[in-house]
Structure formats: C-alpha cells, structure tokens
Design a protein around this ligand. Structure first.
Ligand code: AMP
Ligand code: GLY
Length: 418
C-alpha cells in the first residue's frame, strides 16, 4: 500500500517507524517530515500547504491511506476533503475534531452523557467572569475555549492571577480561540494520558502513558508540549482501565454517533485520576507527542493493518497487543523553548547512539542544512527512547544515551519517570 503521513514531529517519526514494519506497506511518503523521517519515508518537497494540494498529490500518486499526525490537518477538515474524493484517511471528520478544538463542546458532551469531569461555567463577557470568580474558592482553572497551542490554560491560585488570565484571553491574546472562556473547578489527583483507536462505533484501548508537561525538573517552569513520557503508567490498572472505558470513552462515542458525528481515528483522553474516580480533563483528536513515541515501541501488532481495520469499521480487540515492558522518552529541547528559541543549531553525537529495538532516537525538530549537516529546526529537537524491563532500567538506559548527543543550549529534564 502507498501511505502518506502528514506532520513533522517526533510523533510522526514514530508513526513512520511503525508503518515501515508492516508487511503490506509499499511506499511511505511524508509531508513535511524532518531529517529523521527522511531515513524511513520519501519526503515530499513540493508545497502541500492546502487540503486541495494534498488531495491532488494523493490522486497523482495513488495513495491508499493518509494518516494525519497533528490536529492542525484534522481541524481544517483534511479527512472530509480526501474522503469526498474516495481517498481513505484515518482520522476524525472536521465536525468530530470539536472534541479538541472546543473545550465547551466537550463539556456539553460530558454533561449530556454524564461523564465525570471538573465542574465548569462558560463566559463570553469579561465582567461576568470577574463577578463569578469573586464568589469562588481558589485555585480555579481558566481556559480559552479553542485551540491555543497548549497555552490557553491558567491554574489561578488567587483572584489576581485569575483576573490577569481573564484579561489576557478577553483582550484577544488567543484570537478567536478566546471568544469564550471556561472557568473550572481545580481537580486534585495525578494525570495520565489514555488512548483509544476508534472506528466510528467501537473503541479499543491503545495503551496509556504519563507525560511530563512542565519544562523543568520537579514539575517546575512553564507548560510545554511535553518534555518526556513513559508507558504504561502504573496509575492505570485493569480496574481503572475498565472504568475509563465504561464511564468516559464509550459514553462519548455513543453520544457522538447519536449526534451523527461518529468518531474515527485515535482519541486521546487527558485524565485526572482522583481519589474517587478517573475524570476527563480534555480530549485530543490524535495521538499525543511524546506519548506516541513511548507507545509505538511497545506495539506488537501491525500498525498499518490496525489503521485500515479502523477505517473500515473492522476493529477487533484481539488484534492489538503491547509488549509487557516499559518504554521511556526524554525530549531534548532548544534553549528558550517553549517561548523563543534559535533554530539551525548543529547537532553532534547522534552517530554514537546505536539504534536497536531497545534504544531509539525519534527526531522532533531537525533538518539537513545546505552544508549537509544535521541541525535543529524546532523547539523540541530530539527524543531519546528506551525499552526495558522496568522503569528504573528504562531511565538508566535513556539517560546514559542522551549524554552522547548535544547542540548549543540543549536542555532536557533529569527526572522523567522518576
Ligand atoms: P488542557 O489543555 O485542558 O489539557 O490543560 C492543560 C493542563 O492544565 C492539564 O494537563 C492539567 O495539568 C491542567 N488542568 C487543566 N484542567 C484542570 C483542572 N480542572 N484541574 C486541575 N488541573 C487542570
Ligand atoms: N503531550 C501532550 C500532547 O500531545 O498534547
């Protein structure tokens, strides 16, 4: 089969790695890709910046299945456009991406299907929000409704912090994403990322992971896209797994189908495991990054076949197997990330890491410059991954490898999985 992957991060590198192992793969294409992905897939050099250009490329190159990695392609309706032309694409329709692109849409789904989540209120006027917080106890969680690159959420410890967060959103800092605001109850507990693969009706767990969202050790510093992860997380045992499926995932899919917005694709539930029960924090309509990079090395089943089965409503539980080992990923980022950072920094030492199924490097933001050197091209640059019998072994392996690599100002956390 001819497959096209859309995206350019560590998640897409891991997806390409999984696809490459499939016996039914013929040609693997990726757009826009990165230096690491170029070792596995044909990188498309022409500009495919619109849905139409992607569609034309697929028709001209007889692409059998498109796998968009990031929400940006999904939210602009790439799946709907391709399917109109009879091209298969594995991901949700534009309407279904509201589960990620509108936090209020998801909260309303939770309300209707009685899904456990933080109590919430919706505002579209600054003054009403200010009146509301005057009556509440802190901390409170303030969120822009729409997509804000992970920056639209503030955990306000007091009135002043809440006021500043509300001002920022209502003054238009997040553009259209901040037209509406949610104010939520703060949930106590531990966070986990839970994944399912869905075919429109049925969802099957696709393992779980724990992300490390803050920039620095001890969960300090600003929120990032994720600085490291491990899978599986001991927070989700068999009992909690069934609870998540029965109280959160299945009711969501059932209601989406009833609303005539069936959900197909990977679905990522960000959960708070509280003393009482798992509660939904948010949905993402894709695999997580870097969670995907720790789940894929544990997958023993054929990733491509699974995506095809799910595209054709033929998902079967028995076909998904994960190895009973721990996988860990450390993200190496550029100085200044998640705010301003330089690109084009020369990366050295990668040749010293010998890739094997237990040690893997996924590229998150890399490119080859005019001098044919490997350089950084993003804020998150490299993912160093290990697979081991337990978490301490996985930590030891990944941390001994990461020391071999460097670029100017490189940064990583030393407490991933600790
Ligand atoms: P979100 O973009 O909704 O995932 O929020 C970003 C981060 O804010 C989450 O990963 C949590 O760490 C935190 N967060 C969001 N909502 C809540 C909440 N209601 N209670 C506690 N923490 C939250
Ligand atoms: N690691 C968090 C995310 O993918 O959104």
């Amino acid at each position: 089969m001819n497959i096209l992957v859309l995206g350019n991060g560590g998640r897409e590198h891991a997806i390409c790695y999984a696809l490459k192992k499939s016996p039914i793969l013929k040609n693997l294409w990726c757009y826009p890709g990165n230096a690491g992905i170029s070792e596995l897939a044909i990188i498309i050099k022409e500009n495919l910046s619109t849905n139409k250009k992607i569609k034309d490329f697929c028709l001209n190159n007889k692409i059998d299945l498109v796998i968009p990695g990031s929400e940006s392609y999904l939210a602009r309706g790439i799946v709907d456009e391709l399917e109109k032309e009879g091209i298969k694409a594995f991901g949700p329709s534009k309407k279904a991406t509201q589960l990620e692109s509108s936090k209020i849409f998801t909260k309303k789904i939770c309300e209707e299907a009685n899904i456990p989540t933080a109590e919430w209120s919706e505002f579209n006027k600054y003054n009403d929000a200010i009146k509301f917080i005057a009556t509440r106890r802190f901390p409170l969680v303030i969120k822009a409704d729409g997509l804000a690159a992970g920056k639209g959420v503030t955990i306000a410890k007091n009135h002043l912090e809440a006021e500043l967060a509300l001002k920022k959103i209502f003054k238009g800092y997040f553009g259209k994403a901040g037209k509406k605001v949610l104010i939520e109850q703060f949930l106590e507990g531990r966070e986990a990322s839970f994944f399912v693969i869905c075919d429109g009706e049925k969802a099957i767990p696709f393992s779980n992971a724990q992300d490390h969202k803050r920039l620095s050790d001890g969960n300090t510093g600003p929120n990032t896209g994720g600085m490291g992860a491990y899978s599986p997380t001991p927070l989700i045992d068999k009992h909690i797994n069934s609870k998540i499926m029965n109280t959160i995932i299945n009711p969501t899919l059932k209601l989406m189908k009833k609303k005539n917005i069936p959900y197909k694709g990977f679905l990522y539930a960000g959960l708070m495991i509280t003393n009482k029960e798992p509660k939904l924090i948010e949905y993402n309509v894709r695999l997580g990054d870097p969670e995907c990079q720790v789940i894929i090395p544990r997958l023993q089943s054929d990733f491509l076949q699974l995506c095809l089965d799910a595209s054709g409503k033929k998902l079967e539980d028995s076909k998904i197997n994960f190895i009973d080992k721990t996988s860990l990923c450390i993200v190496m980022s550029s100085k200044g990330y998640p705010e301003n950072y330089k690109t084009g920094l020369k990366i050295t030492g990668l040749d010293n890491i010998k890739n094997n199924p237990n040690i893997m490097v996924f590229h998150a933001g890399t490119a080859i410059n005019k001098k044919n050197q490997l350089v950084s091209s993003g804020g998150r640059v490299l993912n160093i991954n290990s697979l081991a019998n337990n978490i301490s072994e996985a930590r030891q392996k990944a941390y001994s490898e990461i020391k071999k690599v460097s670029f100017h100002g490189s940064h990583y956390r030393s407490d991933i999985g600790l």
